[in-house]
Design a protein around this ligand. Structure first.
Ligand SMILES: [Zn+2]
Ligand SMILES: [Zn+2]
Length: 448
């Protein structure tokens, strides 16, 4: 005799028992979907109000930490919650338990206020599988249109350099946004160098073309800056270098300010922008530093060697020990070394005085009033700006003894009368023709 799940003696009694069980599953699922709508409303409000912004880098991080769901699902919930804010019909169908969360999640990937009505009809008529297929087809049409635009932009990149009749060289072109951003940043840096040179304050890197006495126009400055870029590139070889070296920030800060932010003294970015003493302390916490001593008139007396605050071997040990940002609930896998007691205050650069923090949380600790300490047991303790502790593991929420009954009661109190067929699709078993469905539904597919 074979034993398997298919060999159940079907009696009239067991059939009706299974029907009842099936109805109960479908009904409870509808209750959960209705509750999910409420959950998403709360998430949307919490997200918009920035309720998560107390040490977490995003609403999804907060949700993942507090509700114990994986990051992918947490991001998805925040995305759907935001989308439903402008899609009231889909939100309403979910809240009534008529459309499952799975269908709503799929539909919100493509729905806009203009197409919502049509997509709601798709959701109600089709099974979850049909909805998924239609959304995939829909996105393909969207992607094709987008890819065509990107390809067109990429293809239209060009730089024309030619000599005009009077001997001047004309430059005209179209760059992709990324390349354009790098060029604009480089031009700005070169303009700044030329400006410093003109004022006689910066040490000239290259004795380049003369800067005229009267203030040049922006266009003239850009032309000079491009010249400097070309010269610099040829002189130093065309080597983009490591990404960390490409964009570095130079801060001039007095040693007294670094040790005590209350102290008067200078703390300015190269170029003259003032930054707070706390920001200088953060930038200096894990940085390459060059110590220059000035005399009373500001003349440089002595320039020390360029050193990393945290030497490479120690940094490797720190990465290995901490494995990512140590801020409770963060989990970002790369970061900066934070001196728990700042080196400017005599804190040693040792493993026990360092903790890895991501950029966002390094800022939180230096500039937003969060505190971190290492206790004698070796554990890190974080506190909020108001002094309350931040727990590594959040406290579990209170759950009623019979959560299912509580959920039903709440939905019924809200006027929902759900049953086993509430979320049933209108589908009668006919074959789904995705191509045809997209052609008649998608606004960009018409006349394709
Ligand atoms: Zn730090
Ligand atoms: Zn972090």
């Amino acid at each position: 005799m074979e034993i398997g799940p298919l060999h159940v003696d079907a009696t009239a009694e067991s059939i009706s028992e299974m029907d009842r069980l099936g109805d109960e599953i479908a009904e409870l699922s509808a209750h959960l979907d209705a509750a999910t709508a409420r959950l998403l409303d709360l998430i949307r409000e919490f997200d918009a109000g920035g309720g998560w912004n107390n040490g977490f880098s995003s609403c999804a991080h907060w949700l993942s930490c507090r509700a114990g769901i994986d990051m992918g699902a947490a991001r998805e919930r925040v995305r759907v919650a935001r989308a439903l804010g402008v899609l009231p019909r889909l939100a309403d169908a979910l809240a009534r338990g008529e459309l499952s969360y799975a269908k709503v999640r799929a539909l919100t990937r493509v729905a806009t206020p203009e197409t919502e009505e049509r997509l709601l009809a798709v959701g109600k008529a089709g099974t979850a599988c049909h909805v998924e297929q239609i959304v995939r087809g829909w996105r393909r049409v969207d992607h094709l249109a987008e890819a065509r635009e990107t390809a067109h932009r990429q293809k239209s990149r060009a730089l024309h350099v030619y000599q005009d009749v009077d001997g001047m060289v004309v430059v005209r072109g179209r760059l992709t946004p990324e390349v354009g951003a790098v060029l604009m940043q480089a031009l700005a840096a070169a303009r700044e160098t030329l400006y410093q040179r003109a004022r006689g304050t910066g040490a000239p890197a290259i004795p380049a073309a003369d800067v005229p006495a009267e203030t040049p126009s922006m266009a003239q400055q850009q032309a000079d800056a491009l010249g400097l870029l070309a010269e610099t590139a040829l002189r130093h070889g065309i080597d983009p270098g490591a990404p960390g070296e490409r964009y570095q920030v130079v801060v001039h800060v007095d040693a007294s300010v670094l040790a005590n932010p209350e102290e008067a003294g200078q703390s300015v970015l190269e170029g003259g922008t003032h930054v707070s003493a706390e920001t200088s302390r953060r930038l200096a916490c894990d940085a390459t530093r060059v110590i220059m001593r000035h005399d009373a008139d500001g003349r440089i007396m002595e320039v020390g060697a360029r050193t990393r605050t945290i030497p490479p071997a120690l940094r490797r040990a720190l990465y290995h020990r901490d494995g990512g940002c140590r801020f409770p609930g963060c989990g970002v896998s790369f970061g900066q070394g934070h001196h728990i007691r700042h080196w400017a205050n005599g804190g040693p650069t040792t493993l026990s005085n360092l903790a890895m923090l991501c950029r966002r949380h390094h800022r939180a600790v230096h500039e937003e009033g969060y505190q971190v300490e290492r206790w004698p047991d070796g554990e890190l303790r974080f506190t909020r700006p108001d002094g309350r502790p931040l727990h590594n593991v959040p406290l579990p929420p209170a759950v009623p003894d019979d959560p299912v009954q509580a959920l039903r009661a709440r939905n019924e109190a809200a006027g929902l009368h759900l049953h086993g067929r509430t979320a049933c699709p209108g589908w009668q078993g006919e074959r789904l023709d995705v191509g045809y469905a997209i052609d008649v539904l998608h606004p960009r597919a018409i006349g394709r």
